[in-house]
Design a protein around this ligand. Structure first.
Ligand SMILES: C[S@@+](CC[C@H](N)C(=O)[O-])C[C@H]1O[C@@H](n2cnc3c(N)ncnc32)[C@H](O)[C@@H]1O
Length: 253
């Protein structure tokens, strides 16, 4: 990367961090007052996503369809490479406009993984918000549709690799995937009860060595996700990892 691009990226990142840090006490008061939230600034600089041409090509194709940033997308991308030899399909619950799901399906295509990628959403927004989910109401993230995702996967030539399951997961659509084993489960549902129900459904179907990725573990707006993930710590059959990009990973031993 040339100096001009480096400094432009530094200015953008610094500006974004300052704006976010200044706004946090106003828009996420409870998170700040809990004492468990502050801006995170890792000191490392190694950024392999910048030079991974295959990743960048796919990320450019999906980035307007996703709320998931480059760091978390790259983790999904690299994890699938690590899980190449683990048997099973891939499933995402919480698809919205399809960006992170299409990225995973594209990576499976590149790796020659023949099992399907299931993309599951109500496409009418959040469900099962409860007391712990203080910043969310049912229906949030309804600014999407199944057709938007269909268009994306068609455009990326992934339609034959992807199965779209429409409705509350697992209650309405779990049966359509229940006979599969899974290597990677991406849970991006924002609230405690949905995370709980999806995980309970997925865990017995996860292959040994497979991984469940929770989005929003580090997000101040989604306290239900760290609440649920932290309940999984200390259990003998799982390894829980907090990644500073905002993911939590649970690896099946
Ligand atoms: C933050 S968005 C997902 C973002 C997406 N992964 C991306 O790439 O931008 C959360 C989505 O979860 C969906 N959702 C939440 N709970 C669900 C459930 N139990 N079943 C199906 N969809 C659910 C919502 O409809 C919403 O579209």
């Amino acid at each position: 990367m040339g100096y001009a691009r480096y400094f432009a990226s530094l200015a953008r990142g610094a500006g974004y961090s300052v704006a976010k840090g200044l706004a946090l006490p106003a828009v996420r008061r409870e998170a700040v007052q809990s004492g468990a939230h502050g801006m995170v600034y890792p000191v490392s600089t190694y950024s392999p996503w910048l030079t991974d041409a295959a990743f960048q090509r796919v990320y450019r194709a999906v980035r307007r369809n996703t709320l998931v940033d480059q760091w978390r997308c790259y983790e999904l991308w690299t994890l699938l490479g690590e899980l190449r030899e683990i048997p099973g399909a891939v499933i995402e619950v919480g698809v919205w406009r399809g960006g992170s799901g299409a990225l995973m399906a594209a990576r499976c295509a590149e790796l020659g993984i023949s099992e399907p990628t299931f993309l599951c959403d109500t496409w009418t927004g959040m469900v099962k918000t409860g007391e712990v989910d203080i910043y969310y109401r049912d229906g949030k993230h309804d600014d999407t549709s199944k057709q938007i995702v269909e268009q994306l996967v068609r455009r990326m030539d992934l339609a034959d690799r992807v199965q779209l399951l429409e409705g509350i997961f697992p209650d309405a659509t779990g049966a359509a995937a229940e006979d599969h084993a899974f290597r990677l489960v991406h849970i991006d549902v924002d609230v405690y009860q949905s995370a709980f129900d999806v995980f309970e459904w997925a865990w017995p179907r996860l292959s040994a060595g497979g991984v469940v990725v929770f989005d929003d573990y580090g997000c101040p707006a989604t306290p239900g996700i760290p609440r649920f993930v932290d309940e999984q710590r200390g259990l003998a059959d799982r390894l829980v990892v907090h990644n500073l990009n905002g993911h939590a990973l649970i690896v099946k031993r």
